[in-house]
Design a protein. Structure first.
Length: 766
């Protein structure tokens, strides 16, 4: 039978023609359509209507079958803009018009005509049971609740951990949804929930990752139901000298995640390789992150030809795929270590690593390991039940990537009472811990003799007439030195070599030089009498260091440093200055103050050899040479203070406590100030108060300020009566003092910041 296909592009309805005679593009009926009435571009367009669904709360007189038998809708009209539908209903007992709000899903009566007296319309009242609320208490005491209807809130606070199973009463409230008589209100109820006791942590030692020659990442985890875990970490050690037997595999890869239900057996990007090329499936050992062996029946194996890595694909269901990371080993590459460490031995004898944060999973990076060495480790976690350790995991570090350090351009120069050896570093071989040495002797010797002596001494022995001296460092591309002290006019033979984690590298060049005949080493101290221009009463001292070799200045020589002390006749002083800091000059060189340490004002300068003498005369200049008294903060007891704080005469931050007795809502106060405040031109900012009222005591702190002092007041906020003690309730104030020579806050030189901390060590509310 022929199939009739039509389109309706002309959109014309024709009810005059027989169905079989309708011209193309016309239709007889159009059901479930809507003509758009908006002012947009689709005005007049025909759209499909959505299907029907039961709407609103129909427990309304005249609309429900209970109140109006045989009720039926005889007409309806839609108000699209208002989102409402109006229904015209007739029935055995009543006729009416009803409004349905599509947004709120509610129905209201517009007009009703009844043959019988109207019934009282009663909307349903929502109860707590209607919410169908449930909840849970975790082992750590955390409450979680949910409601199928309405918005639930938990009133009861979280619990602590318990030692036995307990039933907990949890109070909740549910906000009533729309469509009920009490919509928007809250209904209250109580849930009976069971809290299980804290269990010991279940710890997994996860296979290590990022194994290199001297570094590795250790991994572990604990189960989420192990509540109250307070510490996690690892124990690790070299895996030798124990009582267990362990297999190590020279061909092994660790895969951190699955790709398409499988894994590529490669050492990874960017140096893709195929370590399992030619290895049959029967020679594979696959273990998951828990150390459990995965049977061969659980995966397919493809040994791809050419450079493409081999692959395994798990045939298990998604939920049964072994937890990653997984380790794939070649069984035939195994070597057995018969004296490996047990988990108990690792915990007792190994190195512990405690992690700073408690989280699961957890990991740590180890550095400084030895290449090509077998190691074992365990993860652990601690909670109130004790410490649990995981199973032992093992690994072997890679072949070392570090090479011998290299150097060149060796030199030996005789100096005063010494010979200085030098060399230029080329490469540290990848080991930043590389050190350079010189092995020396005062007798005629050879490269082989000094090589043997150097190895013996560096290995912990000694050789008569031979010694080793460190260079000042090893710098790639830079020259470093080793100054070997000796008697005047003495010839030294020296062999320079480097040492790093791989070994020692000797350069087959024997260096020799003779020390100078005169001793011109100077290290001289001088006192206040050598410093002029300082304020009266100020003390001072300094040191000269001068070291030359045959007229050539050694780096670091020709320096002078000294301090000026502002502690005069048992009181603290400071140098009053103008717009510049004091300067010092000696030997044609000037230096400004290099800063203050303690109560000293310090100077340091480099001076040429020609100007250095053992009795220098240093001159201070710049700014006024007058001195001032160092201001310091103080506090004093005031109203309602039964004891403390005391005045202080030492210029340090005041920290005092006191005891007070006040009525509820009362107050107590201290006066505070800054002694010697007139010695500085201004206090640049007012004090900053930090309210540190402790737990259980409410109130506020305030202060007045008059430029150099004021009053500190504590006002009680209506705390319960009783005695509060054991904690400091107080405030901390800081003040910046300017217009004087700066110094550190310990001794309160103006120019720095000073602080006052006062508080209540005990308070009685009556």
């Amino acid at each position: 039978m022929a199939e009739s296909k039509r389109t309706f592009q002309s959109s014309k309805m024709n009810k005059d023609f027989d169905d079989r005679l309708l011209p193309p593009g016309q239709y007889r009926d159009a059901l479930n359509i809507s003509v758009a009435t908006s002012e947009d571009a689709n005005v007049g367009a025909i759209e499909n209507l959505k299907g029907n669904h039961l709407v609103g709360n129909q427990n309304i007189y005249g609309l429900s079958s209970a109140s109006n038998p045989n009720a039926k809708v005889i007409g309806s009209i839609v108000d699209d803009e208002a989102g409402k539908i109006y229904y015209f209903v007739t029935g055995d007992k009543a006729d009416g018009i009803f409004e349905y709000n599509t947004e709120l899903d509610t129905i209201h009566t517009i007009i009703i005509e009844s043959s019988s007296p109207p019934l009282t319309v009663v909307e349903l009242t929502f109860t707590f049971a209607d919410s169908i609320s449930t909840g849970n208490v975790s082992r750590s005491g955390i409450i979680s609740t949910s409601a199928q209807i309405g918005e639930i809130e938990t009133i009861t606070g979280n619990f602590g951990v318990v030692t036995s199973q307990q039933t907990k009463q949890v109070d909740v409230k549910v906000k009533v949804p729309a469509g009920y008589a009490n919509s928007g209100e809250y209904v209250y109820g109580q849930l009976q929930l069971v809290q299980l006791p804290v269990s010991a942590p279940v710890v997994n030692t996860i296979v290590p990752s990022s194994i290199k020659d001297t570094t590795v990442t250790l991994n572990g985890s604990f189960t989420s139901d192990s509540a109250g875990v307070t510490e996690v970490g690892f124990y690790w050690m070299a895996d030798a000298g124990g009582t267990s037997s362990v297999s190590y595999y020279s061909n092994e890869v660790t895969i951190s995640r699955e790709i398409g239900r499988g894994a590529v057996l490669s050492n990874g990007f960017p140096n893709w390789s195929d370590p399992f090329s030619g290895v049959p499936k029967s020679d594979l050992l696959v273990k998951d992150s828990n150390g459990t062996t995965v049977p061969h029946s659980a995966f397919d194996y493809v040994d791809n030809p050419g450079p493409a890595p081999s692959e395994i694909t798990f045939t298990l269901t998604d939920e049964n795929i072994p937890p990653f990371p997984i380790t794939v080993s070649q069984l035939s590459s195994a070597t057995t270590l018969n004296n490996a460490r047990t988990a108990a031995e690792i915990q007792t004898l190994g190195t512990q690593v405690v992690l700073g944060a408690v989280a699961t999973p957890f990991s740590t990076d180890l550095t400084g390991l030895t290449s090509e060495t077998k190691y074992a480790y365990i993860a652990y976690a601690t909670n109130s039940t004790g410490t649990t350790i995981g199973a032992t995991k093992t690994f072997e570090t890679d072949v070392s990537s570090v090479t011998l350090a290299t150097f060149s351009n060796t030199t030996a120069v005789g100096g005063t009472n010494s010979v200085t050896f030098g060399a230029q570093g080329i490469s540290n071989g990848g080991d930043p811990g590389t050190v350079m040495y010189v092995c020396t002797s005062t007798t005629n010797t050879s490269v082989s003799a000094l090589t043997t002596a150097a190895n013996t001494i560096r290995n912990g022995g000694s050789v008569a007439g031979k010694s080793i001296t460190n260079f000042t460092g090893f710098t790639e591309g830079g020259t470093t030195y080793a100054a070997v002290t000796t008697s005047p006019s003495t010839q030294l033979w020296g062999l320079i070599f480097t040492e790093n984690s791989v070994g020692r590298n000797f350069l087959s060049v024997l260096m020799t030089a003779t020390s100078g005949a005169a001793n011109v080493l100077v290290s001289h101290s001088f006192g206040a009498g050598s410093i002029s221009g300082k304020p009266s009463g100020f003390t001072g001292s300094g040191t000269i260091q001068w070291y030359t070799q045959s007229g050539v200045v050694v780096p670091g020589s020709g320096s002078l440093s000294f301090d000026v002390d502002g502690y005069v006749n048992g009181a603290w002083k400071f140098i009053k200055t103008g717009s510049t800091n004091p300067t010092a000059s000696y030997g044609g060189v000037s230096a400004t103050s290099s800063g203050s340490g303690s109560r000293f004002i310090s100077y340091s300068m480099a001076v040429s050899d020609a100007n250095l003498t053992s009795a220098p005369q240093v001159s201070l200049s710049g700014g006024s040479p007058s001195i001032g008294n160092v201001p310091y903060p103080f506090t004093a007891a005031g109203s309602n203070i039964t004891s403390g704080p005391n005045n202080t005469t030492h210029p340090s931050s005041v920290s005092g406590g006191s005891y007070a007795s006040i009525p509820s809502g009362g107050s107590c106060s201290w006066s505070y100030g800054f002694a010697n405040a007139g010695e500085v031109s201004q206090f640049t900012t007012p004090y900053t108060l930090t309210n540190i009222v402790g737990s259980g005591l409410t109130g506020t702190w305030s202060h007045t300020w008059n430029g150099s002092g004021g009053t500190i007041t504590y006002s009680d906020g209506g705390s319960p009566t009783g005695t509060y003690s054991g904690s400091v309730y107080g405030l901390r104030m800081t003040k910046y003092v300017s217009s004087a020579r700066g110094g550190n806050t310990q001794y309160l030189y103006p120019g720095g910041t000073t602080g006052i901390q006062v508080g209540l060590y005990g308070l009685t509310i009556t």
